[in-house]
Ligand binder design. Structure first.
Ligand SMILES: [Ca+2]
Ligand SMILES: [Ca+2]
Ligand SMILES: [Ca+2]
Ligand SMILES: [Ca+2]
Length: 104
């Protein structure tokens, strides 16, 4: 996590906290060709009221609002490129055993 500029452990007014997460791909995801994820964040405001937001996929214009808070909450859909690729390389080396520079 980064962004706690004053190091007080609280999300300040002009702070942007960034969390990084990783998701190991399994064979099912690769076979499916995509994976989906969604993040939820909770916080407590100065009046001690819990607030939250569900992440939205900005590239998805469906903009479902599953918690009816007026903010879009589309699940993020990420395609896994399916490029089957095969390369065959063949190398040859001329071994001039008799030193005449010719292959006979
Ligand atoms: Ca802070
Ligand atoms: Ca949202
Ligand atoms: Ca959206
Ligand atoms: Ca919403």
């Amino acid at each position: 996590m980064s962004g706690d500029a004053d190091g007080d452990g609280k999300l300040g007014q002009n702070e942007l906290w960034i969390f990084n997460a990783s998701l190991p791909l399994d064979q099912n995801m690769v076979d499916l060709g995509y994976f989906e994820n969604q993040a939820i964040v909770y916080g407590v405001d100065p009046q001690n009221i819990t607030i939250s937001d569900i992440s939205d996929d900005p590239t998805d214009n469906t903009d479902v609002d599953i918690n009816n808070d007026g903010d879009p909450d589309d699940i993020t859909h990420t395609d896994i490129p399916q490029h089957a690729d095969l390369i065959l390389l063949k190398e040859g080396h001329f071994n001039d055993e008799n030193g005449n520079a010719w292959r006979t």
